[in-house]
Write a protein of this length. Structure first.
Length: 129
C-alpha cells in the first residue's frame, strides 16, 4: 500500500489518538466537569457569545502574565500553588467550558495536533532563530 504524505500524517494522528485514549478520556472528563460547574454557577443562564468566551481565556492569560511580573507569589485560593499556576489553570477551565458547550472533542484534537506538530520541520522551516 502506497500512502501519500497527507495519508501518512492522518494515519499517524489516528494512531496517536488510539495510543492516548486514556489521556483523551481525562480531558473529556475535565471538559465536562468545567462546563457543569460553570452551568451550575449561573454562567450559562443567558446565551453566551463565543468571542466573549475566547476573550475570557485571553484575560486569564493576562492574569498569568501579571502573576509572573509580580514574582509569582503563592495563590491565596489554592495554596501551595503559585498565582501563575492558578491563572493557567483558569485558562484551561475557560477553554474546557467553551469546548464542552460547543461539543468539541478537545482531547482528540489536542492529540492529533501534537502528532501533526511532530511532522513539521525545525521551527516550521522558516522561523527566525
Amino acid at each position: 500500500m502506497n500512502l501519500d504524505k497527507a495519508q501518512l500524517e492522518s494515519l499517524g494522528r489516528r494512531m496517536d489518538i488510539d495510543k492516548n485514549a486514556e489521556v483523551i478520556a481525562v480531558i473529556d472528563e475535565l471538559q465536562a466537569e468545567a462546563h457543569k460547574t460553570s452551568v451550575e454557577h449561573g454562567w450559562w443562564e443567558e446565551p453566551r457569545n463565543d468571542l466573549e468566551c475566547m476573550m475570557l481565556v485571553v484575560t486569564e492569560i493576562g492574569e498569568a502574565g501579571e502573576a509572573f511580573r509580580d514574582g509569582n507569589p503563592m495563590s491565596n485560593k489554592i495554596a501551595p500553588f503559585s498565582c501563575e499556576e492558578e491563572e493557567l489553570a483558569d485558562v484551561l477551565i475557560r477553554i474546557f467550558d467553551l469546548c464542552e458547550h460547543r461539543g468539541f472533542e478537545l482531547g482528540k484534537a489536542l492529540v492529533a495536533k501534537m502528532a501533526f506538530n511532530k511532522t513539521r520541520p525545525y521551527r516550521h522551516g522558516n522561523k527566525a532563530a
